[in-house]
Structure formats: structure tokens, C-alpha cells
Ligand binder design. Structure first.
Ligand code: PEP
Ligand code: MN
Length: 335
């Protein structure tokens, strides 16, 4: 971290600042130029309050030279992290496809969709049981019963299961769920992230509607700092001024996150676009730019879906999407 002092700073003020900084456990190296004096801080700067430092009368500017995320940072862990979910690997060249309905609606629905997406090549089954809906009057999910129905679909197909959690008090209900999803709206629910950090279970962390990539990695850091290093990042579109699509799919996030972090990155073209006919081309684009996997909503009867029908593919559409995605992956690998 670099602290730039104002020109009029006296030697006494400079010494007081250095003493205060060193009391916080960092080493301060002063470099005096003709017009400007800068202090270079080395050591563990994570405890330094940058906002407070910037507000001091004698400080002109404070610049970070290292990123605040450590455990998720590729600098300290150059190899890709590979996460194994009951045999379905993700990251480091392993591609995972998570598919299934937005919400679990009945045993017949989830078992049928599970069989169809497995036959098409999906490696994990998704299904929401606790649904974060904008309106309190919309279907809220089948809650604990929905998780039990997902388990039945796992028994029927062998596919590992993924479902969203909204409240840390529900953690015991997720014991048999293979991957716990943190939805976009809860990306910065820090108490929930801390509680998930104590588990030994992969967490699928979706990017918030208006969050930067650094904020996403800081949220991953909350989980990893607690000891759970199995975090899968998910780009699911962000809010922009464009309203034709539900969100704007930020595909460059895949490339950026791979530069910044060693964690696997999956793309959700369903929530990103909100339109089922956009899902196939966007899934192909995600595969082309190196995503480690996809999350796609599939419903056996999208017109009757209780949630997100407009963006849900039919099983036939999903089958076709999978074939197209695999062609792109093959071409990308041969490149
Ligand atoms: C979901 O995956 O069903 C979901 C609610 O996604 P997001 O949190 O990305 O909106
Ligand atoms: Mn959905």
C-alpha cells in the first residue's frame, strides 16, 4: 500500500503517522522527493482502514498495490482449483453442466427433468426449494419438501444436486444437498457466507446484480477464510440500462475472474438473459471464452412453470444446447 503525503506535511506529523501505522503491524518506508513524500507500507496491510487513512489532513492519496482478496487470489495459488462433487469435476479443464428447473414443483416434475437433463449430458441437477422472489405474493418454493424431492431425483438418476440457501438457520436441511447455492441477492449476506465457511461442502456463489468482480471475490473470501475453500463462482448477468434482456451477461467476467482467481467460473445464461431462445448462443459463447461450466434452467413444461418459465428451456432445447456447447468446447480445445 502506498500513502502519498500532502506537500505541506511537517516532519513531526510524518513521524506521528509512521508511528501510528507501525503500531498496526506494518513496516513503513519513507521516500522523500523534492515535491512529494510517499510512504510504502509492507506486511499485512489487511487491518489498515484505507478510508480512515485517506481522510487524514496530511494524506493526499492512498493506493493499494496488492488485492484485498488473498485465498481466492491466483497470485498465491497459480494452479486452477478443481472441485469434485460426487464424481462431477469442475475447474482445471473439467466442464460441469448444472441443469434443472428454477424451482422444484413436484416429484414427477423434478424426476422427469432430472432424467432428461442427464440423458443430454448434464453433470449436476439444480432445483430451487427456497426461492428469493421479488414479490411476497409469488410462489416461494416448496422449502424443506422441495429439498426432499431433489434427493429423490438424485436417487433416480445419480446426479449430484444443487439448491439455493437463503438463511443460515436452514443449513441442517441442506445436509444431503451436494452443492449449496448462494443466490445473487445474498452474495453480500456476510453472516450467511461466514456460516457456509464452516462447512465442508462446495458453495456455488452467484455474482450480485450490481457487484464488481472484486466484491464477488471478497465474498468468496468470507467463505474461504472460514476454512471452506470449495467455492465455485457464477456469472449470472448484471443490471445495466438495457432492458431488452433481463440482465446483461458479462462474459468478460469469465476471463477476468480466471486472471484474478484460481476458482472455477460457471456461467448462467438463463438468468442473464431471461429468454430461452438466447440461452443456446450465450451458452456457446460462455464455452468459447473458457467457462468451467454452465447453469441452465430446464422445465418439462415451461409454459406452466411456477417460476422463470420464459427463460426455461424444454428438455429438447436443452439437448440441442448441449450438443452445440460440446461442439464449441471441442473446437476450442483443438485451437
Ligand atoms: C436461481 O438460480 O434460481 C436464482 C434465483 O438465481 P439468481 O440468484 O442468479 O437470480
Ligand atoms: Mn430462476
Amino acid at each position: 500500500m502506498i500513502v502519498v503525503l500532502k506537500h505541506e506535511t511537517s516532519k513531526d506529523q510524518q513521524a506521528q503517522l509512521v508511528e501510528w501505522l507501525e503500531q498496526q503491524g506494518v513496516k513503513a518506508d519513507i521516500s522523500e522527493g523534492t515535491y512529494q513524500t510517499i510512504i510504502g507500507l509492507v506486511g499485512d496491510v489487511s487491518q489498515i482502514d484505507v478510508d480512515m487513512l485517506s481522510m487524514l489532513d496530511i494524506v493526499q492519496d492512498v493506493k493499494r498495490v496488492t488485492e484485498p482478496y488473498k485465498k481466492s487470489n491466483r497470485k498465491f495459488h497459480p494452479e486452477d482449483t478443481v472441485i469434485d462433487v460426487g464424481g462431477a469435476k469442475i475447474g482445471g479443464g473439467n466442464f460441469a453442466v448444472i441443469a434443472g428447473p428454477c424451482s422444484v414443483e413436484s416429484e414427477e416434475q423434478i424426476v422427469e427433468v432430472a432424467k432428461r437433463v442427464k440423458a443430454a449430458g448434464a453433470t449436476l441437477l439444480r432445483g430451487g426449494a427456497f426461492k428469493p422472489r421479488t414479490s411476497p405474493y409469488s410462489f416461494q418454493g416448496k422449502r424443506a419438501e422441495g429439498l426432499e424431492l431433489l434427493e429423490k431425483a438424485k436417487e433416480a438418476t445419480g446426479l449430484p444436486i444443487v439448491s439455493e440457501i437463503m438463511n443460515e438457520n436452514h443449513i441442517p436441511l441442506f445436509e444431503n444437498i451436494d452443492v449449496i447455492q448462494v443466490g445473487a441477492r445474498n452474495m453480500q449476506n456476510f453472516e450467511l457466507l461466514k456460516a457456509l465457511g464452516k462447512l465442508d461442502k462446495p458453495i456455488l456463489l452467484k455474482r450480485g446484480l450490481a457487484n464488481t468482480l472484486e466484491e464477488l471475490l471478497m465474498s468468496a473470501e468470507y467463505i474461504m477464510a472460514g476454512g471452506n475453500e470449495k467455492v465455485i463462482l457464477c456469472e449470472r448477468g448484471i443490471r445495466t440500462f438495457e432492458s431488452y434482456t433481463r440482465n446483461t451477461l458479462d462474459l468478460s467476467a469469465v476471463i477476468a475472474l480466471h486472471e484474478m482467481s484460481h476458482l472455477p467460473v460457471v456461467v448462467d445464461p438463463s438468468h442473464a438473459t431471461g429468454r430461452r431462445n438466447f440461452v443456446r448462443p450465450m451458452a456457446m459463447a460462455a464455452a468459447a471464452c473458457g467457462a468451467d461450466g454452465l447453469m441452465i434452467e430446464v422445465h418439462n413444461n415451461p409454459a406452466k412453470a411456477l417460476c422463470d418459465g420464459a427463460q426455461s428451456q424444454t428438455p429438447d432445447m436443452f439437448d440441442d444446447t448441449m450438443k452445440a456447447v460440446m461442439r464449441v468446447r471441442k473446437a476450442a480445445l483443438e485451437e
